[in-house]
Design a protein around this ligand. Structure first.
Ligand SMILES: [Cu+2]
Length: 174
């Protein structure tokens, strides 16, 4: 008997979702559509699973009934970072360290190196032994040139300039 009542509730639910899809523009005016109230009730009674209930919430977000307006801003603010190669960076006796020397970012951040020095530099990723690895490698960067790489995986990444190998920097991805 329980089996049968579950079947009926599924049929009713499919019908009400279709109804909303056809009239989704009007549904925006109503803050919580009736069918989501039904879904919440069914979820509370254990008639539908958590996954099904979450699907209904997902549908509301996709249809723009629930607006997540702050999420996109936060992502774009944290997706870019810059490392400056300062003037005098070439000088082995100088203090022209990369700015910042250890950049900390989250995954999927795009890092841009900018050469503000008076001579060319390059950016070469290093392995644990300090040898050049092929993860990210720039061509020679003249004054004002930029090189960009996006870090997709967490880890600690060392890099250096092959023209001035005493200049080593770090990108820490969390
Ligand atoms: Cu250099």
């Amino acid at each position: 008997m329980k089996h049968r009542s579950l079947k009926i509730s599924i049929l009713v639910r499919v019908f009400s979702i279709l109804l909303v899809s056809f009239t989704s523009n009007e549904a925006v005016a109503e803050s919580v559509p009736k069918w989501i109230k039904n879904n919440a009730l069914w979820y509370g009674q254990g008639d539908i699973s958590e996954a099904e209930f979450l699907n209904a919430i997902k549908f509301l977000i996709e249809e723009g009934i629930i607006m997540l307006d702050t999420a996109e801003e936060v992502i774009s603010e944290t997706m870019n970072a810059t490392i400056v190669i300062p003037n005098g960076n070439f000088d082995v006796a100088g203090s022209g360290f990369y700015l910042p020397l250890n950049l900390e970012i989250s995954t999927n951040t795009s890092v841009t190196w900018v050469n503000d020095d008076s001579v060319p530099h390059n950016i070469q990723s290093q392995d644990e032994l300090g040898k050049v690895s092929d993860l990210f490698n720039s061509p020679p960067l003249n004054t004002g040139d930029r090189f960009e790489f996006t870090f997709e995986e967490a880890g600690v990444y060392n890099y250096y300039c092959s023209f001035h190998p005493w200049r080593v920097g770090v990108v820490t991805v969390k």
